[in-house]
Design a binder for this molecule. Structure first.
Ligand code: XMP
Length: 524
């Protein structure tokens, strides 16, 4: 048995993070090229670490600092003594030049932000092979300081109007430095540079999900030995993929706990239980705790209080069921790579709590359990790919996110069973409409919220006095920002008619067109 879940990758590219907003995109670009890479904050990359890690190549990310500032973040000099290719991007370029004997200057006259065009200079450079499709390439710049004198051994291979050293390199040592960001969308052919860079580094580009699956299974077996593992299963993509992977690795040593808090969508509990217990043959505890949760929530209308109650009960319940599994030593979690990356914060200080998110944080220590986190090296889309590889059905893999507190935060005001039943039906009609119109995959998340208002209507010859509901559908990349989905009026009209006709208890439908920020995706 070993203590942590960590795969040993025979070849990997080390990305040293200096705090750029787009460092994660560098990792995305490399993973797309089937190259395994890891992001480490600059202050964790010590000489000892470099000796142990032996990366195939190193990338120095951008960042907001200035090399002149006191205590400016710099990579250890050893990076340049490893004998592997090094690519410096934006701030990484400046840090590299500064450390290797060049000069950097600041001055707002030479600051450059946004789109620029690079034209080739001097001989061909292996890093730029196939890059200049025309006589210039669009790139995205974002820098205040600039390099004013390149380090000895370097030559210029590309310039832009404001960056005479847009691309420089010391070919003999395979050191490359670019002033722009090849990883962002606005450098349309940036992928080519990364492709060339990993080729120069001699990467085999054999990081595939099939290989990951095999390796992860072996690693889980090694970490867990013959001990038992508990896994909280929500039916969401991450916990489902983690559960299936673990099950494949250790079979009946795994027990999943599915907590039904009575705040799930229509038929959701049945679907999850049938799929994992019957289809995958997993040991699954279906914790039916609707009465407990709904009882404690009775009369509560404050959003934060609701969240806190649900979060606490969830942990209590999970702990109670997990405690019954004799000999369990591990708790499995579907933690993803973006949750693991320690981002570099220059501003410091905690950010304000907008909403207390619900998770099972703190449980492992409380229960004396060790953690197994088989997805901790993957990005969300890679988890989906792994899910496909493991044979999970597409409708599970492509599901919209569903929050831990469930329908509680889509039912502003007091929660009652009656309201929840109405909400479930309306939500099911809305999602059915979206699927019928082929829009499900174009939308990040869609749901109905039942409003704490009754309004007057007329149906047939009678007066109605029923609930109003709001439809919410947003596009987003990561849930941090979002925009409402531009449904056609025909779609909205048809959906409102269906909901009002098919769902008893609702007589008015509105569409929420608030973006995030200033709104949030959920209503509470
Ligand atoms: P907001 O409403 O903050 O939501 O814009 C952003 C994303 O997070 C989801 N969300 C949660 N997910 N536990 C979760 O697992 C929570 O407590 C929680 N609250 C919000 C939300 O559905 C959206 O995808």
């Amino acid at each position: 048995m070993t203590d942590t879940f960590e795969l040993s990758h025979p070849e990997f590219v080390l990305i040293i993070d200096f705090g750029s907003q787009v460092t994660q995109l560098i990792a995305r670009r490399l993973r797309e090229l089937n190259v395994y890479c890891e992001i480490h904050p600059f202050n964790n990359v010590t000489e000892d670490y470099l000796d142990q890690a032996r990366p195939k190549a190193v990338i120095l990310s951008g960042g907001p600092a200035s090399v002149f500032a006191e205590g400016a973040p710099l990579p250890p000099k050893k990076v340049f003594e490893l004998g592997v290719p090094v690519l410096g991007i934006c701030y990484g370029q400046q840090a590299m030049m500064y450390q290797l004997g060049g000069k950097v200057e600041s001055g707002h006259m030479t600051a450059e932000f946004g789109r620029a065009f690079v034209t080739p200079k001097n001989d061909r450079l292996d890093l730029l092979e196939g890059w200049f499709e025309t006589d210039r390439e669009q790139v995205w710049m974002s820098h205040g300081d600039h390099v004013s004198e390149i380090a000895p051994g370097f030559e210029v291979y590309g310039t832009s109007p404001n960056a005479p050293f847009a691309v420089t390199a010391d070919v003999s040592r395979h050191f490359y430095a670019v002033q722009f960001h090849p990883e962002v969308h606005h450098t349309p052919n940036g992928r080519k540079l990364y492709e060339n860079f990993v080729k120069i580094a001699g990467c085999k580009r054999d990081w595939t999900m099939g290989a990951y699956r095999e390796e992860a299974i072996a690693k889980i077996r090694e970490q867990v030995g013959d001990k038992k593992v508990i896994c909280g299963l929500s039916g969401g993509v991450d916990s489902s993929v983690a559960a299936v992977l673990l099950h494949e690795a250790i079979g009946d040593q795994l027990t999943c706990v599915f907590v039904d808090h009575g705040l799930l969508r229509l038929n959701e509990a049945e679907e999850v239980v049938t799929m994992f217990r019957d289809h995958y043959n997993m040991q699954l505890i279906h914790a039916e705790e609707q009465d407990l949760f709904l009882g404690e929530l009775e009369g509560v209308s404050d959003p934060e209080t609701k969240r806190k109650i649900i979060g606490k009960l969830f942990i209590d319940v999970f702990q109670r069921y997990a405690g019954e599994i004799e000999g369990a030593e591990f708790l499995a979690q579907g933690t993803l790579y973006p949750d693991v990356i320690e981002s570099v914060s220059f501003s410091g200080g905690p950010s304000v709590t907008i909403k207390s998110h619900h998770n099972v944080g703190g449980l492992p220590e409380k229960m004396g359990l060790k953690l197994v986190e088989p997805l901790r090296e993957l990005f969300k889309d890679e988890v989906r790919e792994l899910g496909r590889e493991l044979g999970l059905p597409e409708h599970f893999i492509g599901r919209h996110p569903f929050p831990g507190p469930g329908l509680a935060i889509r039912c502003p005001g007091e929660i009652t069973r009656e309201k929840l039943d109405i909400l479930r039906k309306a939500d099911a009609v809305f999602i059915d409409q979206i699927r019928r119109h082929g829009l499900y995959d174009a939308i990040w998340q869609a749901f109905v919220a039942i409003l704490p208002v009754r309004t007057v209507g007329v149906m047939g010859d009678g007066r109605t006095y029923d609930y109003a509901c709001a439809l919410r559908a947003v596009t987003s990349v990561d849930g941090m920002t979002a925009d409402y989905y531009p449904f056609s009026h025909d779609f909205l009209g048809e959906t409102a008619t269906r909901i009002i006709n098919e769902v008893k208890g609702i007589n008015r439908c509105t569409y929420d067109i608030t973006s995030k920020p200033p709104g949030t995706i959920e209503w509470e």
